[in-house]
Ligand binder design. Sequence first.
Ligand code: AMP
Length: 423
Amino acid sequence: MIIKPRGTMDIMPEDTPLWQYVEEKAREISNTHGFGEIRFPTFEQTELFARGVGDTTDVVQKEMYTFFDKDNRSMTLRPEGTASIARSIVENGRCSDAMPLKLYYLISCFRYEKPASGRYREFYQYGVEMYGSESAASDASVIALADSYVKSLGITDYSLEINSIGCKECRPHYKKALTDYYTANYDTLCDTCKTRLKTNPLRILDCKNPECAHLAKDAPKTLDYLCENCTSHMKTVEDSLKSMGITYKVDTGIVRGLDYYTRTVFEIIGPGEPDKDGNVRRLALGGGGRYDGLVEEIGGPKLPGVGFAMGLSRLIIALQMSGKELPSKKKPVLYIASLGTNAQIQALGIVNKLRDAGIYAECDLVGRSLKAQMKYADKIGAEFTAIIGDNELENGKAILKNMATSEQTEVEIKALADFFKNR
Ligand code: AMP
């Protein structure tokens, strides 16, 4: 048997209502905040991600699905949305639009990661991008949108954690302090981090290796190295969050895995799940920040930006852990069981009319016995059933049975749609 590739998922009809729920809420809240949907290619020229995401990042170095097309051009399945959107707004001449430019997306992404609970090789993100404002007000309003979205889903067990990683002016001082710290602890670092120390020491702070994670606790903190402008930007972000009544924590350990971030970075951390060794690993539901240099990096004008991306499968795990009643597949209002071929044909006509009136009804399509039809109606959770045979067709009336209460009501077949609409 052919099976799906490792780290991908099939989402079955009983589960899709939950996916539709998180997607619909994303669309709803994006519209309320004035973000318009952008759609863009599933694959791009590899160079876009190498330049946009950063060629020292894990994503670019280890996780990309890269292939050569038939013309021998290197292409990559998108590992995230931000770099593609930056390319798209430059290519479509949107950098001179009235600012801010507010965009949202719902996409699948591809990363060759080690599959685990909540970690897939093809996964789904809801993200937003706001371009054209350097002001801390735009950071705060994007963070507020992320926070409202998670809340609107009904997830309460999460925390919003923010940090600033400085700008072109102050980050080199921080990098130097970090390099000095890790050089002094060189022997304790894992092999990957020994390389990271040369290429990008900030990445070491993200390393999951227990020894590196332990070292990270005493590493120099970004906030101690910010220049005056970055300090004041961070303060205004915090003041704005407070003014909007948003609860947050400052976590100096957040640096984010992608190169394009400047100043504000943030994560939304969800509930914990014990791993196979019993250690509780809290799920990152989403993350984002400011990326003032990205558009220039990929060949566009200077255009600041700020945004986030949420992992839909992680939000779904958090919802399942919340104990909240979850959306499920719609159940039919009426199942019409039929006796004989003529009744089956007539039942199809009745069901079709009800469906045209927006009422979800079902009838027999398989040729089941009456007993088996009733069993099936019960299985699919029909709210009402009606049995239609020659008598009912002659009288133009059917008896509706409420499956929960067993109460019976006689209704004219012609008036079925009105009955369901007016009840
Ligand atoms: P990132 O683009 O790495 O900042 O990720 C943003 C969010 O996407 C994370 O917080 C996760 O919720 C989600 N995410 C990232 N990688 C994966 C993955 N491999 N599988 C599922 N969700 C992911």
